[in-house]
Design a protein around this ligand. Structure first.
Ligand code: NDP
Length: 450
């Protein structure tokens, strides 16, 4: 038994911290966990989970609209924001308990407090208590950042969206990333008039260009007023609303402005600089492949390291850390080929290289299909599904798979398994189609388009 109070002290009980703390405790380590807010972190409390519930809520408007084409008479539908938020809050509180219980059942000791690091083996809590620990894990996540413009404080971020007292009738969303595009779809689906303003030429920078164009067009067709190469210059209060001035001088009055202009790691005030923990781009903690910082007893996982700001990545990093240090199973988290879903409307599922990335590495063959899915025909909905495979022209390996359409996120999980195993285009072709589905098109694309 070491002379420390704990074998591991975890700061932050989000996806990464809870996984690491639980696995370490199950392996017999004495674990303390400090969380200043709510158990579950960004994903559970104000990210992925409530966001997905909002996506589900907003998708009913499609279903009500489409129902007529299938013979249904649906009366006028009305969305009750307060009722939805209350139901969502009950589910989030339940999940918070699940996270808390996962730690305590494993034998970890939770502290409802903010922690700062005093030295490589010592933490101080906001309650005044101090503890020593053989290892310290920083899993403090990130927070939204807003641009430095006059009136920025009048806007909100995704944090506040989950608890708004009332649904705005008109809103402006600033940004073109995951969060901006997902909320544009959600609020548009719920009946808010949405204008989305993005400074670049096309939304979703970093994704495959065909996918970006497809989703942008579909979002516009669904009613999102998407404006590219525009930015917000200032915000002023105007009666009960907000007058937004764009960079070209245009003004528009809305009820709510939401900034979805990126996130920064929560490293401020932890005492890291003095300790010798190195901070890199945007204040992210620099770690090696084992999630170890420049101070050997201090490790970091999840969004605070900004390797890939995704829940499953944080969980993998937390698991690998605990397996390595407490499970006698050295594991480095693998950050290659991360599949991801973006819950835009229509949804995106993507894994591997974009066409542009693949072309920069060598010759490729591109297979692409755009079709109207069966679901949309009777519904009278014009929206198409896009599927695209990026193939290495020499080895025929599938380098990238990009899908936009209903259940694209569900499809991409399975495609990712095959691609990870090194599947070739011919393996896809040899796989029997599942009929009638949209996904079958992934194995029936015959001719390369480029
Ligand atoms: P992103 O980094 O994805 O997007 C930020 C957006 O804001 C970009 O369009 C960026 O433009 C723009 N922007 C940045 N700074 C400014 C500025 N000063 N003025 C105007 N526009 C600006 O961040 P998000 O907040 O959308 O998401 C954060 C992370 O959370 C993502 O990277 C993702 O990993 C994760 N996430 C994942 C989800 C999922 O898996 N479904 C859902 C939500 C979040 P530009 O492109 O020009 O830089």
């Amino acid at each position: 038994m070491s002379g420390f109070d704990f074998d591991l002290f975890v700061i932050g009980a989000g996806s990464g911290g809870v996984r690491a703390g639980r696995v370490a405790a199950e392996a017999g380590a004495r674990v303390g966990v400090a969380e200043e807010y709510r158990y579950g972190g960004t994903c559970v409390i104000r990210g992925c989970v409530p966001k997905k519930l909002m996506v589900y809520a907003s998708a009913f408007s499609d279903a009500f609209e489409d129902a007529a084409g299938f013979g249904w008479d649906v009366g006028p539908a009305r969305f009750d924001w307060a009722r939805f938020i209350a139901a969502k809050n009950v589910e989030i509180a339940r999940l918070e308990q699940v996270y808390h219980a996962a730690l305590t059942r494993a034998g970890a000791q939770p502290f409802a407090a903010r922690a700062t690091i005093l030295d490589p083996h010592r933490v101080r809590l906001s309650t005044g208590a101090e503890y020593s620990a053989k290892h310290i894990l920083i899993a403090t996540g990130g927070r939204p950042v807003v641009p430095d413009i006059p009136g920025a404080e009048l806007g909100v971020t995704s944090n506040e969206m989950f608890g708004l007292a009332a649904q705005p009738a008109r809103m402006m969303i600033v940004g073109g990333g995951y969060v901006a595009c997902e909320f544009a779809g959600i609020m548009n689906g719920l009946g808010t008039r949405v204008r989305q303003v993005y400074r670049g030429a096309q939304i979703l920078r970093g994704f495959d260009d065909d996918l970006r164009d497809h989703v942008a067009d579909a979002m516009r067709a669904r009613g999102v007023a998407l404006d590219v190469e525009r930015d917000v210059a200032r915000i002023d209060r105007e009666g009960d609303g907000l007058r937004v001035t764009l960079d070209d001088g245009e003004t528009e009055t809305v009820d709510l402005v939401m900034f979805a202009t990126g996130r920064e790691p929560n490293t401020a005030g932890l005492g890291l600089g003095e300790l010798g923990v190195h901070l890199g781009r945007g204040g992210a903690i620099e770690v090696d492949a084992w999630s170890q910082t420049a101070v050997p007893s201090i490790f970091a996982v999840g969004d605070v390291t900004a390797r890939a700001q995704l829940t499953p990545v944080a969980i993998r990093e937390g698991q690998a850390f605990a397996d390595t240090i407490f499970g006698d199973k050295p594991t480095r988290p693998d950050h290659s080929l991360i599949p991801t879903a973006v819950f835009t409307q229509p949804e995106i599922g993507t894994v591997g290289l974009t066409e542009t990335e693949a072309r920069s590495r060598g010759p490729v063959a591109i297979y692409r299909t755009v079709f109207r899915p069966m679901l949309n025909v009777l519904a009278g909905r014009e929206e198409r599904v896009l599927m695209k495979l990026v193939i290495d022209a020499m080895s025929r390996k599938v380098l990238g798979c990009h899908v936009s359409g209903h259940a694209a996120g569900e499809m991409i999980q399975l495609a990712a398994v095959a691609i990870r195993m090194g599947a070739t285009k011919e393996d896809f072709d040899a796989t029997m189609a599942v009929h009638p589905t949209a996904a079958e098109e992934l194995v029936t694309m015959r001719a390369a388009v480029a």
